[in-house]
Design a protein around this ligand. Sequence first.
Ligand code: SAH
Ligand code: DHB
Ligand code: MG
Length: 222
Amino acid sequence: MTQERWTAVDEYVSGLLAPYDDALDAALRASDEAGLPAIQVSPPQGKLLQLLALALGARTILEFGTLGGYSTIWLGRALPDDGRLITLEASPEYAEVARGSIERAGLGDVVDLRVGPALDTLPLLDAESAGPFDLTFIDADKVNTPNYFAWALEHSRPGGLIVADNVVRGGALADANSDDPTIPAQRRFHEMLAAEPRVSATTIQTVGIKGYDGFTIALVLS
Ligand code: SAH
Ligand code: DHB
Ligand code: MG
């Protein structure tokens, strides 16, 4: 199977189940025009995040890694009018682009975008007694996935979900001696999940327009 085939299937699925949408399309164009990397979730993955949030009846969402706000819009649309999505982005330039796209999507009142490295922002969220969160999406700097997971676990409601993107990286997850510096962090994340009685988790490998990767879903039990 080839990348071409994976892309064709993603396009087929997107066309029917995640079809053209003004605000999402405008967000991608704004990202592209501003020179942001095109590393946002694929449309079917964005739809999955939205479905998970809807299935949970989520009212509070935490996102690590906003980029241009594409996944933020998918998730934000699952929230009720009085819901809250806090999204953390290290880059002020990316955050500026995201802010415009989130506003254009009509989610300005629901989305709370915090600029700065997430590990610096988290103590501020603690000081505000932010959370508990129904759903957390971890998609920022991959070396910190274990740190973000640890914080998210302490700030999740029982029955909530923690989703982490980019955990498989072309299969490198299985390699104890990977050259990819993010892989030891993803392996440590999996070891944390295995040892943590408060969650039950699995990882699903994916192929699609973004190549071969995968995501983890952890259900917070208590
Ligand atoms: N969730 C987005 C994609 C995020 S890409 C989507 O699917 O649409 C990863 C993002 O994490 C980038 O925008 C990058 O700037 C941001 N990032 C990198 N290091 C970070 C950090 N320490 N804290 C917060 N965000 C960070
Ligand atoms: C890449 C992909 C992602 O989904 C992400 O969040 C960050 C980087 C990448 O392919 O480089
Ligand atoms: Mg990602």
